[in-house]
Design a protein around this ligand. Sequence first.
Ligand SMILES: [Zn+2]
Length: 314
Amino acid sequence: MRKSWLAPSFIAASLLGASIAAAQPMTPPNLPPPLVDWDKVQIKTTDLGNKTYMLEGQGGNITVAVGSDSIMMVDGQFAPLSDKITAAIKQISPLPIKNMVNTHFHGDHTGGNENFAKDGVVIIAHDNIRVRLAAGTVSMVNGVRTPPRSADYLPKITYYGGSFPVETGGRQAQLSHIANAHTDGDTWVYFADADVMATGDIFNNLKRYQNIDFANGGDVRGMIRAMDIFIKTAKDTTKIVPGHGPLATKADLTVFRDMLVTSHDRIKKLVDEGKSEAEVVALKPLADLDATWGNNAQHAESHTRNVYNSFKRF
Ligand SMILES: [Zn+2]
């Protein structure tokens, strides 16, 4: 049995976390429990070379590319951190931030949109992000609705599919859409001049199951398709900024992809046999992976449900 490590206090903590999340109606999906003391969050800057940087604070990782007269950033974390993030970027360069890419709509990546837009930053994203933010979304975790966002929160420049080049102060970024992966509006970004790839939440380098937001178009098959593209694009020396976790390498991508493929194969077999979601969860088809990739029993079960529901999207 692999449940022996679940001490009662750990189960209680999980349940507590769930009830806290349920009490916070503004909490978007895929967020840590909203108990963050924003004053204590520090922004850590890592120099990736060629005037390109990774910023870590609370929420999704940020990539910063400094051009000749302005700056581009990828994702913006939570609204209460915008001043700290701006200050951290000022430490890198006094130039203004011109563009910010949203890799997907989740609040731990787009929470700063309004603040940055009011400072004149133009937000760029796949059009499905604009649609979802404008309409409001429903959390797959607790069914709670996030209301429609303000005009300033919405991306001003959007694209629909394939690739979309963005230039800021001579820095070229290639934005590419992956259909139905972590959500239905995912963009990953490649800075060829620095050999830096920003994956958004299609990939984490925490060695943990990643949320697949099937209620908003996420699908394990798209996650695997994306990982195949990342692995094909990356060299051994490519610096990979994951959605969450420390800076990654191509080897980390491969390990994560293997986890997804195993999850896909085992659960698809059960789906094809006609098993219900409850039956698949009860069978614990990923028990050997859960010990490594699950934060706790609830997180592991969520992953199984997310993969199962990927096959029920159509
Ligand atoms: Zn996300």
